[in-house]
Design a protein around this ligand. Sequence first.
Ligand code: UDP
Length: 194
Amino acid sequence: TKFVHILGVPFIDTTRKDFIKKLQGRIEKQEKTFVVTANPEIVMHTLQDSEYKQILTKADYITADGIGIVKAAAIIGESLPERVSGYDMMMDLLELANEKRQRIFFLGASEKVLGETVRLVEEKYPGIQIAGHQNGFFDWSDPALPQSIKDSQPDLVFVALGFPRQEQWIGRHIDGFDKGVFIGIGGSFDVFSG
Ligand code: UDP
């Protein structure tokens, strides 16, 4: 695996297709995985927030979220093949989870958006097993949520709390989970259900 460093952030050099394949391999082997999709705003934020930068060091993979990162790579004489965004990955992963009957936990967004997201997933992807769901406005100090996610044994956890909350939440809890691909996907539930 090759990485391209942009202002200290190591981006995985991969196409979306290859990256999804890699994630599927990790799901099959039950290898716990923390994925961050980083756009230019996130890269700039790491320069002024050392705590956030520290969280990113816990990520297994950071993908180029947006053409701005692909262009930045070219400017420094490196190359990244394409953007690998959270929404696109969510769509690919839903497709494969449907075929493989994988378990997904949905975390984040308003109750309305989350409810509509879960309803649409049940309708369009009947093979997916909904491990559970929780809206994004919960008490962070209550250990019940991470425990219930752990107990639900998800293959995938979509964390739609927006930046920087989703990375903070995953970073805080990842050590306590046994397995699962945890991916921060920003406002993707809003887009999917809208
Ligand atoms: N969100 C959430 N919990 C919060 C704040 C935001 O679940 O405490 C959700 C929000 O409802 C939306 C998503 O996170 O679905 C993205 O929010 P926002 O647009 O603020 O984040 P960004 O697009 O900047 O990542």
